[in-house]
Ligand binder design. Structure first.
Ligand code: UDP
Length: 323
């Protein structure tokens, strides 16, 4: 494993994961060009990097032709809205960025002789019939349901990446990302960790979809990004699952959120969204063996750090706000 040096393009660089990735790349000495159309990303996520000599930002929708002047060592594709709320609100931009965006960025990588890194997802497994999910599982996805816009775009993305690898010889890596949380998630993102933390801090009821018996396995953002960099620097094409294998029901998560925030909010039960996966947990044997990677941050600690972030940005959890 040798560290990739040089200039890295991060598509989706102003997003939750993209901005953490940009910061880590700059820290270790890479130059970074962040691309983002700011549809769900925010320049606030990049505040600490703006003005750094190794960092530039290009306001760009990668679903259209992508032009980046100069030499590039790697193109990392993290461009896509990724919350189920986005799947119903902006389905067509999601399909476009997963398909056309991935194609354009692969074209850029091919042109520059750069390594290509694709952020794929546990959603390629759909509502899985195999548990936990190994990379060898082909998945159980409803192509015409509301989640299909993201799942199928990401599945197409993987196919496109492998076609560029096989047909054009582009050096590629594919990561499958499982539920990830941490500072810089949007407070109104719609995902379970941000919703429950923000609700608890504001003294509002915690929304549980269905009975809350469905499971997810939550990975803290620093662990996730460490996994990305290890895969980027490796010579393993993938796909590789990067996620935390500790599995929780949504109700267990809600209990922990109440404990961590000291909130006395009640739980309210709302309908389960269509095609909501019943369980999800990564098999990370491959990441352990080829990357020597496993997560370090436990859920309680990660939730504490994330709650601090929401308390700051949303002005929540101060005296008087809690019931
Ligand atoms: N969920 C919930 N309450 C919320 C938001 C989500 O109970 O306020 C549930 C959702 O139905 C799903 C799980 O939490 O079963 C994780 O949802 P999320 O949107 O975070 O991501 P997903 O893993 O479904 O892509």
């Amino acid at each position: 494993m040798s560290r990739l040096e040089g200039r890295v393009v991060v598509a989706g660089g102003a997003g939750f994961l993209g901005s953490h990735l940009c910061a880590r790349l700059i820290d270790r000495g890479n130059e970074v060009v962040a691309l983002d159309n700011l549809i769900t990303g925010s320049l606030r996520n990049l505040e600490e990097l703006v003005g750094h000599p190794g960092f530039t930002f290009q306001h760009q929708d990668v679903s259209n032709h992508v032009y980046v002047p100069g030499e590039i060592a790697a193109v990392m594709n993290l461009a896509s809205p990724a919350s189920p709320k986005d799947f119903t609100e902006i389905p067509i931009p999601i399909l476009k960025v997963g398909a056309l965006g991935t194609h354009n960025l692969l074209g850029l990588a091919k042109d520059k002789g750069a390594r290509f890194f694709q952020a794929s997802t546990s959603e390629v497994y759909g509502d899985p019939l195999v548990h936990p999910q190994p990379e060898s599982y082909w998945g159980h996805v409803n192509p015409i349901g509301p989640r299909g816009v993201y799942d199928e775009a990401k599945r197409f993305g993987e196919a496109m990446v492998m076609a560029y690898h096989r047909h054009h010889g582009v050096d590629v890596r594919i990561v499958r990302i499982f539920n990830t949380y941490g500072p810089r998630m949007r407070p109104d993102d719609g995902r379970v960790v941000s919703n429950l933390l923000v609700q608890a801090l504001a003294g509002k009821p915690l929304t549980i979809y269905g009975e809350g018996e469905q499971t997810r396995s939550f990975c803290y953002v620093d662990d996730e990004v460490e996994g990305f960099l290890r895969l980027l620097d490796s010579d393993y094409v993938g796909p590789v699952n990067i996620g935390n294998p500790n599995e929780f029901t949504v109700r267990e998560l809600a209990d922990l959120v109440l404990e961590v925030t000291g909130s006395t909010s009640e739980l309210v039960f709302e309908p389960l969204p269509t095609d909501d996966p019943a369980r999800r947990r990564p098999d990370i044997a491959l990441a352990r063996s080829v990357l020597g990677w496993e997560p370090q941050v436990q859920l309680r600690e990660g939730l504490e750090r994330t709650a601090e972030h929401f308390a700051k940005v949303a002005g929540l959890g101060q005296e008087g706000d809690r019931r």
